[in-house]
Ligand binder design. Structure first.
Ligand code: FAD
Length: 291
C-alpha cells in the first residue's frame, strides 16, 4: 500500500487526480478501523494531516464560517461552540475524548454514514460543503444534496472535501441523540433543530432513521408558519405534537441490531418535540429580555 503525503492542498488535489482510488485519511478514526478489520485494503492512503489549510477555520467576507475539513470535534466544541452550538452539541456526543481529538467533520462527511452525528446539525443550519478537484476547481454542495445513499455522497473520485460553510447561529440550536448509553455510542437515531428567527424559519436534520441524513421539510414549514415569532407565546401542545408527528413522518427507518423502525419513528417524534421546546424556551427568554 502506498502512503501519499502531500504538503499542500494543491499537492493533495494533484495526488487524488493521479490516484483516484487513493483513500484520504484525516483523523483515521473510520479509515484505520476499516483497515484493521480488513474491511478495506486501499491501493494507497492519502494523508491529509500535513495539509495546513484543512485544520483552519475563518469568517468569510460575507460573514459565513468556513471550517476546514480537518478541524477536530474537540476544536469545534472549544473554538466554535458559541457560533455553531448545534454542531458543538453533536460533537460532544461523538465517541470519547480520544475520538473527538482525532475525528473531524470532514471525515464524517467523507464516510457519509446515515448515523454520523455532524450531519443533522449541518442540515438544520443550512451548511454547504466545499469540495474541490484539480481538474474542475471548487463546487459548493448544499448539505441536503451531499448525501446520496448509505455511505454514498456527491463527492466525485477525484475530489476532496475542503471545508464546510455555515452561517453563525442566529437563534437557538439543539441536538439530541438516542443510544443504549450516554457515551461511545453510534446513534440509534438523532435529531437536530435550529431556529432562524430573522427568517421566521425552523431548520431540522434527522439522523440514523433513513438511508441518508435528511431534513424534515414538512415539519419545518409547519413550525415556521405556526410559531408566534413576534409575541413568542408559550408553545401550544397541539403544535408541538403535530411538529413531532411530521418529523417522524420524514423518517424512513429500518429494523436493525440497534433499534426497530417503530422505535426510531417514536424517538424522532420525542426528540423533535424536546428540541423545539428547548429552543423555543431560549428564544422566548431572549424576546422577553429585549422587551
Ligand atoms: C470508538 C469510535 C467511536 C466513534 N463514535 C462516533 C460517534 O459517536 N459519532 C459519529 O458520528 N462517529 C463516530 N465514530 C466514527 C468517526 O470517528 C467519525 O466518522 C469521524 O468524524 C471520522 O473523522 P476522521 O477525521 O477520523 O475521518 P477518517 O477516518 O480519516 O476518514 C473517514 C472517511 O472520510 C474520508 N475523508 C476524510 N477526509 C476527507 C477529505 N478531506 N476529503 C474527502 N474524503 C475524506 C476518508 O477517506 C474516509 O472514507 C467513531 C469511531 C470510533 C473508532
Amino acid at each position: 500500500m502506498d502512503f501519499l503525503r502531500p504538503a499542500t492542498w494543491a499537492e493533495a488535489l494533484a495526488a487524488k487526480a493521479a490516484v483516484p482510488d487513493a483513500v484520504p485519511i484525516q483523523g483515521g478514526t473510520d479509515v484505520m478501523v476499516e483497515i484493521n478489520f480488513d474491511m478495506r485494503r486501499p491501493v494507497a492512503l492519502l494523508d491529509l494531516t500535513t495539509v495546513g489549510e484543512l485544520g483552519e477555520w475563518e469568517v468569510t467576507a460575507d460573514g459565513l464560517l468556513r471550517v476546514g475539513a480537518g478541524v477536530s470535534y474537540a476544536r469545534i466544541i472549544a473554538e466554535l461552540g458559541d457560533r455553531l452550538p448545534g454542531l458543538a452539541q453533536a460533537s460532544r456526543t461523538v465517541g470519547s475524548p480520544q475520538i473527538r481529538n482525532r475525528g473531524s467533520v470532514g471525515g464524517n462527511l467523507g464516510a457519509a454514514s446515515p448515523a454520523g452525528d455532524s450531519h443533522p446539525p449541518l442540515l438544520a443550519g443550512d451548511a454547504v460543503i466545499e469540495v474541490e478537484s484539480a481538474a474542475r476547481g471548487t463546487r459548493l454542495i448544499p448539505a441536503e444534496e451531499f448525501y446520496l445513499g448509505v455511505k454514498r455522497s456527491a463527492l466525485e473520485p477525484d475530489e476532496l472535501i475542503r471545508a464546510f460553510r455555515a452561517r453563525p447561529a442566529t437563534g437557538p440550536q439543539y441536538f439530541s441523540k438516542v443510544g443504549p448509553r450516554n457515551a461511545m455510542v453510534i446513534a440509534v437515531c438523532s435529531f437536530a433543530l435550529a431556529l432562524h428567527p430573522d427568517e421566521r424559519r425552523v431548520g431540522t436534520g434527522v439522523g440514523s432513521a433513513a438511508p441518508t441524513p435528511r431534513r424534515a421539510r414538512a415539519a419545518e414549514e409547519f413550525a415556521g408558519r405556526e410559531l408566534d415569532w413576534t409575541g413568542a407565546a408559550p408553545l401550544d401542545g397541539a403544535l408541538l405534537a403535530r411538529f413531532g408527528e411530521l418529523a417522524a413522518e420524514a423518517a424512513s427507518p429500518i429494523d436493525d441490531v440497534r433499534g426497530t423502525a417503530a422505535y426510531r419513528r417514536h424517538a424522532i417524534a420525542v426528540m423533535a418535540r424536546r428540541t423545539l421546546t428547548w429552543a423555543w424556551n431560549d428564544y422566548r427568554g431572549k424576546v422577553a429580555a429585549c422587551a
